[in-house]
Design a protein around this ligand. Structure first.
Ligand code: ADP
Ligand code: MG
Length: 727
C-alpha cells in the first residue's frame, strides 16, 4: 500500500492553480462593493435617518425602533439586490475565531412568503450560544447570550459559491451584561481613550473634540500544500509540526525574503486580496517573509475597531480561499521549529478629528510639546503595565515564538530610535525655563525637536514595542491572535495614564505654574520614572536578559504565569476604574485563557503519543526488521563479523532511539493523567507546562533522529524539505 506521504507528494507535485483573473476594472471600482458603507447608507436611507446613524457612529447616540426598522429594511434591500438570501450577526467569541448563525430573510406569510428583516433582528439577537467559552459567567440554566449591533463597523456580504449572507458586526454579551467577546471591551477601551486623549488635547488645541486610535496590522503566515498538510496529523490537529528534522537548507541563505513570489502562491494572494478588497479591507502590501514558504500581507491602517474586524475577516478569507488553491494557510505562531515564526505587528497611533496624528513629531515647539505629551505618556503607561501588556499577547502558541528565532523576547521594552532616545535623555537632564517666550527656549540647552525622518527610526527588529516614526509598533502579538486583546490593554493603559497626566498638570497649574511649564515639568518627571523600560540594543541577546533583570523588568516566559497580570490588584483597579472590565469579567477571561492553554497542550500531547505509537515507531521497527533480515542474510552467506557490523550498528542505534521515545511517551502519559486530575485551572496549566510539555523536546529529538536514519521510502510523515520547499 502506498503511504499517505507518497500520495500527497505526488498530488502536490502535479498541482495546477485555479484560474485567477486579474480584476478587469481598477481596484478603486470594486473596492468595498460588498460593504454597506457610508455611500450606500446615504443612497438607501432617508436623509434624516442617515444623519442620525452618523451621529450614532460618531457620538454613540442611541437609535430608536423606527429608525432601526428603516436601517434594517435598507440593508435588506441592498443585500438582496446583491443576491443575499440570509443574514447573520457576526461576532468574535473568546474561542479566537469568528462566529455566525445564519437566518433566512425569507418567512412564510399568508399563502405565499416574503423577505423580512426587522429592526429588532438587526439590533439584537439571542444566539443559542451556551457552548461558547464564558469562564463561569453563565451557568447553563441562564445560558443566554446576546449579540448586539455595532453600528461603527459596517455590515458586509460574505460570498461563497453556495450563496451570499449579509453579516452584521456585533458585540456578544451575557444576559447580565458582561462581555463574552473581544469586541465589547475593545469598544469600551476606545471610548476611554477618546475621552482621556481629548482632555489632554485641550491643553494644546481647543478645536479637538475626538481622538481615535488607529491600527495597521501586518499579518504573517505560512502556506503548505493541502495534501501534504493532510498527511501530517500534527499540523491538522495542532496547527504546528510536533516532529520534523530541519531540512538541510532552511532560511540561512536569506534567499526567500522579498524574493520573487512563486506563481502558485501569487495566484492565491491575488485571489484572496480581491475577495478582501470587495469587503473593503484595504490590503496594500504583499511579500515573501524570511522563512521558506512564509509570507506577509498588510492593509493600510484604519480605525482600530474596523482594523480588527477586517483582520479577523481576512484570516477567515485566507483560509477559505486557500482551499480553492489546494493550500493550507498556517496562521500558527511557530509551525516549524528552527525557522522564524509568525507575528502580527500592530502599528498603533492616535489621530484627532482635526486630522492630526498625535504621535507624529511636529515642526513647531508647541506641536512638539503635544507630541511629547502623548509619546511620553505612552512610554510611561507601558512601563507601568508591562506585565499586563505581556499577558495580553500570551498564548500557548506564542510561547514558542517569543524569544526564539527572530522574535521579540518575553521581556517588554520600548525602542525609540537613537534620535528620540537622546532627546528624552537631554530633557531628563535639562532645566526648565520658567520664563517662557514663544517659540524658543523652553528647555534650557535643548535644541528643538527636529522633524523626525521616518527612515531614521525603527529597524530594530528585536524590540517588542518600537517607535517607528509616527506610530508605535507592537511586534509581540502572535499571528493567530485577535488583536483586540492587546489593543484593549494598550488603549486602556494609555488612556488611564493620560488621565493621570491631566491631573498632575492641573495640580501644577493650580499652584501657579504657567501651562507650558506645568506640562514640561510633568513630562520631565515621567521620562525619568519610565526610563527603565527603554532599550535600544539587541533584544535577542543574553546581555539584555541580564540587564533587564537588573532593572527589575519581568521576563515571564510562559503563559500560565504571565496571565497572573490579568487578575492582579493593579489591573483590576485599572479596568474597573475605566469601566472596561469588572472584576468578574477579568476572572472569567483569566479562566478561559488558562483553560485554552492546558487544553491545547493536552491535544498536542495526545497527538504526539498517537503519531509516535501508530506511525513513527512502526516505521522505525519495520526498517529495523529489514536490517535484521539483512544481517541474517549476510551471516548466512558466511561473511565476516566486520561485514555484519554496519547493519548491527544501525539496528542498535534504532533500538536506542525507539526505546527512549517509547519510555518518554509512556512517562508523559502518566504525567498527563496526574495533571488532568488537578482541579485548579492555574495549577493545571502550570502542570501541563512544567510536567507534560517538558517531554516534548526529548521525544521530538529522538523521533527526528529516527527520521534521519529510517529508510525514506517508509517514513510516514512529509518531511520539512517537502513541506517548505515545494512550489
Ligand atoms: P513596515 O513596518 O513593514 O516598514 P509600514 O511602516 O509601511 O511597514 O506600515 C506597516 C503598517 O503600519 C501598515 O499597515 C500601515 O498602514 C500602518 N501605519 C502607517 N502609519 C500608521 C499610523 N499613523 N497609525 C497606525 N498604523 C499606521
Ligand atoms: Mg512593520
Amino acid at each position: 500500500m502506498k503511504s499517505l506521504r507518497t500520495i500527497a507528494l505526488k498530488e502536490a507535485q502535479n498541482r495546477i492553480s485555479p484560474d485567477v483573473k486579474a480584476p478587469s476594472t481598477k481596484i478603486s471600482e470594486f473596492f468595498g462593493s460588498n460593504v454597506f458603507d457610508k455611500k450606500k447608507m446615504r443612497d438607501f436611507l432617508s436623509k434624516e435617518v442617515f444623519e442620525k446613524l452618523m451621529s450614532t457612529i460618531g457620538q454613540g447616540e442611541l437609535i430608536n425602533q423606527d429608525d432601526a426598522n428603516q436601517i434594517a429594511s435598507a440593508m435588506k434591500t441592498w443585500a438582496m439586490s446583491k443576491g443575499a438570501t440570509h443574514y447573520t450577526h457576526w461576532f468574535q467569541p473568546l474561542t479566537g475565531s469568528t462566529a455566525e448563525k445564519h437566518d433566512a430573510f425569507f418567512e412564510p406569510s399568508g399563502e405565499g412568503a416574503i423577505e423580512k428583516f426587522a429592526g429588532s433582528a438587526l439590533v439584537q439577537q439571542e444566539p443559542d450560544a451556551s457552548s461558547f467559552p464564558n469562564g463561569g459567567i453563565r451557568n447553563t440554566f441562564e445560558a443566554r447570550g446576546y449579540t448586539a449591533w455595532d453600528p461603527s463597523s459596517p455590515a458586509f456580504i460574505m460570498e461563497s459559491k453556495a450563496g451570499k449572507t449579509l453579516c452584521i458586526p456585533t458585540v456578544f454579551i451575557s444576559y447580565t451584561g458582561e462581555s463574552l467577546d473581544y469586541k465589547a471591551p475593545l469598544l469600551k477601551a476606545l471610548a476611554a481613550m477618546d475621552k482621556a486623549a481629548v482632555e489632554v488635547c485641550q491643553f494644546f488645541d481647543k478645536s479637538i473634540n475626538k481622538v481615535t486610535a488607529s491600527l495597521g496590522i501586518e499579518q504573517e503566515y505560512f502556506l503548505v500544500d493541502l495534501a501534504l498538510f493532510n498527511a501530517r496529523p500534527d499540523l491538522v490537529m495542532t496547527g504546528r509540526t510536533l516532529f520534523g528534522h530541519m531540512s538541510a537548507k532552511g532560511q540561512q541563505l536569506e534567499d526567500h525574503y522579498f524574493g520573487s513570489i512563486p506563481e502558485r502562491v501569487f495566484a492565491y494572494m491575488v485571489d484572496f486580496e480581491n475577495e478582501a478588497l470587495k469587503l473593503g479591507i484595504p490590503l496594500k502590501t504583499r511579500h515573501n517573509e524570511v522563512a521558506p514558504s512564509q509570507f506577509e500581507c498588510a492593509p493600510i491602517y484604519e480605525e482600530i475597531n474596523l482594523a480588527i474586524d477586517h483582520n479577523q475577516l481576512l484570516m477567515d478569507l485566507m483560509e477559505k480561499v486557500a482551499r480553492r488553491h489546494n493550500f493550507k494557510v498556517l496562521l500558527h505562531e511557530k509551525p516549524y521549529a528552527g525557522i522564524n515564526g509568525s507575528g502580527k505587528h500592530n502599528n498603533w497611533s492616535l489621530i484627532t478629528d482635526t486630522g492630526k496624528n498625535l504621535l507624529a513629531p511636529g515642526k513647531t515647539p508647541k506641536n512638539n510639546l503635544m507630541f511629547l505629551a502623548f509619546f511620553v505618556n505612552t512610554i510611561k503607561a507601558v512601563h507601568e503595565h508591562a506585565d499586563l501588556l505581556r499577558a495580553s499577547i500570551t498564548s500557548v502558541s506564542n510561547d514558542h515564538r517569543l524569544g526564539a528565532n527572530e522574535a521579540p523576547p518575553a521581556i517588554i521594552s520600548i525602542f525609540l530610535g537613537q534620535q528620540l532616545d537622546e532627546i528624552l535623555d537631554e530633557i531628563e537632564h535639562s532645566r526648565i525655563s520658567k520664563k517662557i517666550k514663544e517659540d524658543n527656549g523652553l528647555w534650557l540647552g535643548i535644541p528643538k525637536i527636529p522633524q523626525i525622518i521616518l527612515d531614521n527610526t525603527d529597524r530594530n527588529r528585536t524590540s517588542p514595542f518600537a517607535f517607528t516614526g509616527n506610530k508605535f509598533e507592537l511586534r509581540a502579538v502572535g499571528s493567530t491572535a485577535n488583536s483586540s486583546a492587546p489593543m484593549t490593554v494598550l488603549n486602556a493603559i494609555v488612556a488611564d495614564q493620560l488621565t493621570k497626566f491631566k491631573v498632575d498638570v492641573d495640580k501644577l497649574i493650580k499652584k501657579g505654574d504657567k501651562k507650558d511649564v506645568a506640562l514640561l515639568t510633568v513630562i520631565k518627571r515621567y521620562i525619568k520614572e519610565s526610563k527603565d523600560i527603554r532599550f535600544e540594543g539587541n533584544g535577542y541577546s543574553q546581555e539584555w536578559a541580564d540587564e533587564a533583570a537588573k532593572r527589575g523588568l519581568s521576563n515571564i516566559k510562559t503563559t500560565p504565569k504571565a496571565l497572573d497580570a490579568y487578575v492582579s490588584d493593579k489591573t483590576t483597579e485599572l479596568f474597573t476604574k475605566t469601566n472596561i472590565f469588572s472584576k468578574r469579567e477579568l476572572h472569567a477571561r483569566h479562566e478561559i485563557l488558562l483553560e485554552s492553554f492546558f487544553r491545547k497542550l493536552q491535544i498536542e500531547a495526545r497527538v504526539m503519543g498517537d503519531v509516535t505509537n501508530s506511525q513513527i515507531l512502526p516505521a522505525a521497527i519495520a526498517y529495523q526488521n529489514t536490517l535484521i533480515e539483512n544481517a541474517r542474510g549476510l551471516k548466512e552467506l558466511g561473511l565476516s563479523k566486520e561485514a555484519i557490523a554496519t547493519p548491527l550498528a544501525i539496528i542498535n542505534t534504532l533500538s536506542e532511539h525507539i526505546g527512549i521515545v517509547k519510555t518518554n511517551i509512556d512517562a508523559m502519559l502518566e504525567e498527563r493523567k496526574k495533571t488532568n486530575a488537578i482541579e485548579d485551572s492555574r495549577d493545571k496549566a502550570i502542570g501541563y507546562d512544567e510536567k507534560v510539555k517538558v517531554y516534548f523536546d526529548t521525544i521530538r529529538y529522538h523521533v527526528d533522529k529516527l527520521e534521519q536514519i529510517v529508510d525514506d521510502s517508509v517514513w510516514p510523515l512529509p518531511k520539512f524539505r517537502e513541506l517548505l520547499f515545494l512550489k
